[in-house]
Design a protein around this ligand. Sequence first.
Ligand code: SF4
Length: 385
Amino acid sequence: MKVHELSFYSKFQCAMGSCPNTCCQGWQIVLDHDTVQKYMEKKGRQGLWLRSSLTSHNGAILFRGKRRKCPFLSKDLLCKIQLSLGEEYLSDVCRIFPRQRINYGYFAEESLFLACPQVCRLFLNNLDHLCYKTTDRNVSYAKSGTNDDAEYLQELVEIRLALTEQIMNHPLPRPMLYTGLLSYAKALQQSYIANYAPSDGSKSSYFSKPVHTDLAAHIREADTPFIIPHDITYAMLTGSFYHIFLKMVSPFLYSLCRTYQKEFKWLTSAKGDAKLSVLLEQLHVHHPNTERILRGYLTYYLLEKFLTVYEDYSFLHNIATGIMHTHLLELFFALYHEKNHRLTDDDIIRIITVYNRRGRHNDEIEMEMYEKLKRFLDAPAGKRP
Ligand code: SF4
């Protein structure tokens, strides 16, 4: 089978005991059915040891950890299950993280989540190689999803390639580029839906070719920058994204959120917009390299997530969500720089890791943030706040 493998996929190595931000704390691990079954069947004291650490919530089986710290994390930051019972007793998510592996039937894709600091470091070191390379081998994981339209899937791969090339290389300022990307996403979505035409039943012709697929033209026609205003940003960062318990489970992110709230809470829309603009400008004056990192972040987002439109056809949602995350990450870079007068690679890695764990790996939080952005996107351009 053809496998699209992220260019640095094979270079990933877990830092284990020396990880600066272990994935064994800060979030709850939902156990898969087979692992729970294995724990139930394990005999003797080890079985008791495993089962006594399980709890359930809303029908899901989880590890019972204090402050979302895995109960099997040793003082040396190693996994006690792996040490005493071996990898076969790890849950699927523990064994696979931070890898993402998706089998689309016609090919598979393998990438890495930026919620792991080791992956973030690889990402920073490979900004010129954010792409997939194709290999030919068997994969053990099953096909996911229900779509089987090979032609549409191949079109998506080509569209993604064009998008990522433009994002990394187009000379337009990023907010202008965003306008072009969003206009392109809307046109693509309308075009695919308008051309929906079940035909003679052949699997490859569910859609006739969309008519508005000239990405370069949409970017060329962008005439106003797309800037997410203060009001929307504030709403996104003070909903479920922020919670008092962050103080315990992710103190670093909590402190960034508190800094943000102290600076922006009482500002009017106009003053908030002005402050946001100055803050971001200062970031880019002092750290011009962050521009490439942010373009890389959006590119990476599309490498990881763009093919979800294979199932849901939501081009606008997909691309706007990537822009939203890039905007919030840029804001956190800027806040950190303003407060600490520095932004090293290690700082950037730390910020991306904690942001992704909170904003990207929690569907409810991500959807709630996107709903705020959607209200802004849906408003006629002249009536936007
Ligand atoms: S966050 Fe990454 S490097 Fe750290 S323990 Fe987890 S997988 Fe290993």
